[in-house]
Design a binder for this molecule. Structure first.
Ligand SMILES: Nc1nc2c(c(=O)[nH]1)N[C@H]1C(S)=C(S)[C@@H](COP(=O)(O)OP(=O)(O)OC[C@H]3O[C@@H](n4cnc5c(=O)[nH]c(N)nc54)[C@H](O)[C@@H]3O)O[C@H]1N2
Ligand SMILES: Nc1nc2c(c(=O)[nH]1)N[C@H]1C(S)=C(S)[C@@H](COP(=O)(O)OP(=O)(O)OC[C@H]3O[C@@H](n4cnc5c(=O)[nH]c(N)nc54)[C@H](O)[C@@H]3O)O[C@H]1N2
Ligand SMILES: [Mo]
Length: 768
């Protein structure tokens, strides 16, 4: 595995194997060895995603009731090893390095120093972080925050923190006086949270693990499953063995969606061959999804028109449409009127391919549709999801076993955080309940989401930014503009497990508060504590830490939140922060009182094998929308970005994506094995014909420049071009290295998710 990024010496080699298999086992062994946790790590991994163990800190995929002996994947194991590493970054390290010096370090080098062990405060005189006691840190942060206007303070959350921590954190922010609760979800599935409530009346997916056993067909859009939710390859493989067709829509031929060998099956490991995952692979253009789905819908609606005329069985589920939906006629009229030339032009795929996909779709009784960031992180992210829902509604594929929509969520509790009140939108919060329970007037002014918080940081309007996990300054777009503005924030507070650039590019006053991770034993006044999360399928799970905590000086997340809360929230007879920290079951009682429909009997039910599902109307065909129906929505057009200036032939569309050895901004190693990229992340994967057309040769270096209308130059240099199997006009590169290219204003309409999957760029060759 490469640890140093060097584009000059990088190598590119097609990965010939299936996802999973021996490659996966080898990679796992080397991870545990590198983190010096081989024996200890193996013991910990046996508890991963088990009903009596801990929920993986990597992806949010569902945890089955009857887990495998090893219910983890290579990447989940990497995430575990990264957290329980024996490496630690101690005050001595900070005494030896100025922050200015650390700025030049790579993300990998910073985090690779190991776990943070002591609270630290930035000292401007020496330009170093120096140790500080917990009491003093809380007192100083409290004094600062008390003197500020609450509406100028932001409380960010990255999607890993538990339901208990998240509930305490949102309550603290609201009692302090603001709804400024942006979440990593604002950069991720917010397009889902905006689209689905309007169409089916719930903001989350409707599919559970059971549905995988009952489905007849799966449609898969814009998700790199082999890398980002590998455990999901098991139910996909099971479905394939039953003969279920899987149609994938993706500009890249992602290995996990092509072939898979179950690394936990001795038989599969010893016999040649692998399961073919996708039965049809639609390699569409970046941003071509609305057009592609429109093509499928057009074929289905016109074939249904013909069937009706000829007195043959209908293709549409006419009873479902009549009883349950609204807006079909308008949508059907648009589908009929859209011509195939436009569909082919915008989707980049042939009519024949789309008709083939549509035929497979109509032959199946129960169809599931799954999607990831390839759908949400576009200017048209919300519209894309509307189109996916339209396709399902045509044949009543919602609210019946084996069918439904499955947004594949990112962080392991990002969905749950929204469920317990981490949101900038006050209308999504049971404010009457909060008022009754705690006797305060919850703020009703809409808070800031991620993009809005960034806008206000640029305008110098934010006085403090508190970060519960994550790496905000690297996850957001437009680094060249944001970094200098971030430094002007009077106070930044980082609650972290590992040192990262959000603490290096810091506010004028800055604190690092090191926390325990979920895998560690969390001992409090009444004994070891458990926490809980919600997975991608809306099921709630308990999670108990099993590993030795990294250091006694590190506090748990609930304790840190309470430490700050006691400083900034006036004493309240209805709320004893210390009692909550001493016994997390009391926080769960409070969650149950606030959200009784979802969380009644929370403390008993949290250990249900497989988790307990939250009630979702759409699963029973009860539509919690304004008109009480499931709604077809007519797209404004087929183009991904209608507002973009007319694109010249030299303008390419860039997607920023994750490699196989990273978790978001955490880079474990430099390689992206499945895509055949070794030793660098400074690479652009291009179509060979585009390279010829633009006079670029394999191995040449280019500067990528953003094409935008705001006159602000944005570029990243030192990128090596590499031919790859990707449609013409499209380019793929890595997040977060390329985030500097994304204008802050380039985000999804309505949801404001940064459009990191469709950035218009030009390439300028660099002279050697
Ligand atoms: N190991 C690991 N696991 C993770 C993460 C991680 O970084 N590492 N991150 C977690 C998080 S927070 C999230 S949100 C998820 C992210 O998981 P994904 O949703 O898989 O996100 P990306 O890696 O950005 O990959 C996006 C996929 O969409 C495709 N794509 C790009 N543009 C388009 C398009 O226009 N149309 C279509 N149909 N496809 C397109 C890309 O080729 C790629 O396959 O994974 C979670 N799990
Ligand atoms: N260009 C581009 N930008 C993107 C994306 C993209 O695809 N392309 N994806 C977007 C998406 S989907 C997301 S979700 C965001 C991710 O944005 P974030 O969630 O903000 O970022 P992460 O990289 O997941 O955060 C990693 C840091 O979290 C801290 N951490 C890890 N575990 C814990 C813990 O248990 N507790 C605490 N307190 N801290 C912990 C560590 O210190 C680590 O350095 O990025 C977004 N940005
Ligand atoms: Mo995400």
């Amino acid at each position: 595995m490469h640890k140093v990024d060097d584009a000059e010496t990088a190598t590119f080699k097609d990965y010939e194997n299936a996802a999973g298999g021996w490659g996966s086992v080898r990679a796992l062994g080397s991870i545990l060895t590198e983190e010096h946790v081989l024996l200890h790590g193996t013991r910990v991994l046996m508890k991963q995603n088990k009903p009596d163990g801990f929920a993986c800190v990597s992806c949010s995929w569902a945890k089955p009731a009857d887990p495998h002996l090893f219910e983890f994947c290579e990447n989940g194991a990497k995430a575990t090893a990264w957290e329980i590493t024996s490496r630690r970054i101690e005050p001595k390290f900070f005494a030896e390095h100025t922050v200015t010096e650390l700025e030049k370090w790579s993300a990998f080098d910073l985090e690779n120093m190991g776990r943070l062990t002591e609270p630290m405060r930035y000292d401007a005189a020496t330009d170093k972080y120096v140790p500080i006691s917990w009491e003093q840190a809380f007192a100083e942060i409290g004094a600062e925050l008390r003197a500020m206007n609450p509406e100028s303070v932001v409380f960010y959350t990255s999607g890993r923190a538990s339901l208990e921590t998240s509930y305490m954190y949102q309550l603290m922010a609201r009692m302090y006086g603001c709804n400024n609760l942006p979440d990593s979800s604002n950069m991720c599935h917010e397009s889902t949270s905006v689209a689905l409530p309007k169409t089916i009346g719930v903001g989350v997916g409707t599919v559970t693990l059971d549905d995988f056993e009952k489905t007849d067909c799966m449609l898969f859009f814009g998700h790199n499953t082999g890398t980002n939710a590998p455990r999901m390859l098991h139910p996909l493989q099971e479905a394939r063995k039953r003969g279920v067709p899987i149609i994938t829509f993706n500009p890249l031929r992602e290995r996990g969606l092509e072939r898979f060998v179950n690394p936990q099956s001795p038989v599969e490991m010893l016999t040649p061959g692998s399961t073919q995952i996708s039965t049809q692979y639609v390699q569409l253009r970046i941003g071509g999804d609305t057009a592609a789905v429109m093509g499928m819908a057009k074929w289905i609606i016109e074939a249904d028109d013909a069937a009706q005329k000829a007195g043959q069985p209908r293709l549409l589920d006419v009873d479902f449409i009549a009883e349950h939906t609204c807006g079909f006629e308008k949508f059907a009229a648009m589908a009929r009127a859209t011509n195939w030339r436009d569909i082919e032009r915008f989707s980049g795929v042939s009519r024949a391919e789309l008709e083939q996909a549509a035929q497979t779709y109509v032959q199946a009784k129960n169809v599931m549709l799954l999607y990831g960031m390839g759908i949400t992180q576009h200017r048209a992210g919300v519209r894309n999801i509307d189109m996916l829902t339209n396709l399902l509604l045509l044949r009543g594929n919602m609210g019946k076993p084996g069918a439904g929509i499955c947004p594949i969520r990112g962080h392991s509790n990002v969905q749950g955080q929204r469920t317990v009140g981490i949101t900038e939108k006050p209308e999504k919060v049971p404010n009457d309940k909060l008022k009754a329970l705690y006797g305060f007037e919850p703020p009703m002014k809409k808070g800031l989401n991620t993009v809005e918080a960034c806008e206000q940081i640029l305008q110098g309007k934010i006085s403090a930014f508190v970060m519960l996990g994550g790496n905000f300054v690297r996850a957001i777009p437009d680094h060249n503009r944001m970094d200098p503005a971030w430094r002007q924030i009077p106070l930044t507070v980082q609650i972290l497990t590992k040192f990262n650039h959000s603490a290096v590019v810091h506010g004028k006053k800055s604190y690092i508060l090191p926390c325990r991770g979920r895998i560690e034993v969390d001992m409090q006044a009444t004994g070891p504590q458990a926490v809980s999360m919600e997975d991608s399928t809306g099921c709630m799970h308990g999670s108990r830490g099993v590993a030795e905590p990294i250091a006694d000086t590190v506090m748990s997340e609930p304790a840190i939140v309470a430490g700050i809360a006691k400083q900034i929230v006036p004493p309240n007879p209805n709320l004893d922060w210390d009692a909550w920290v001493g016994d997390y079951s009391k926080v769960r009682d409070a969650i149950a009182q606030t959200y009784p429909d979802i969380f009644h009997d929370f403390n008993q039910r949290m250990w249900t094998p497989g988790g307990f599902p939250r009630p979702l109307g759409a699963r029973e065909r009860k539509w919690d929308t304004e008109n009480g129906k499931a709604n077809f929505r007519v797209p404004e057009g087929l183009d991904e970005d209608p507002d973009m200036p007319s694109i010249g032939p030299d303008v390419l569309r860039l997607m920023t994506t994750r490699g196989d050895s990273q978790f978001n901004t955490t880079v474990y190693a430099i390689d992206d094995r499945f895509r055949g990229v070794f030793g660098t992340r400074h690479v652009l994967l291009m179509n060979e014909r585009d390279m010829d057309r633009l006079g670029l040769k394999e191995g040449m270096f280019v500067t990528a420049e953003t094409v935008s209308q705001d006159g602000i130059p944005r570029s990243v240099g030192g990128l090596r071009v590499q031919p790859h199997d990707i449609p013409g006009g499209c380019v793929a590169g890595y997040y977060p290295e390329l985030n500097r290219l994304i204008p802050l204003s380039h985000h999804a309409k309505n949801s404001k998710v940064p459009a990191g999957k469709s950035v218009p760029i030009r390439l300028v060759p660099e002279t050697a």
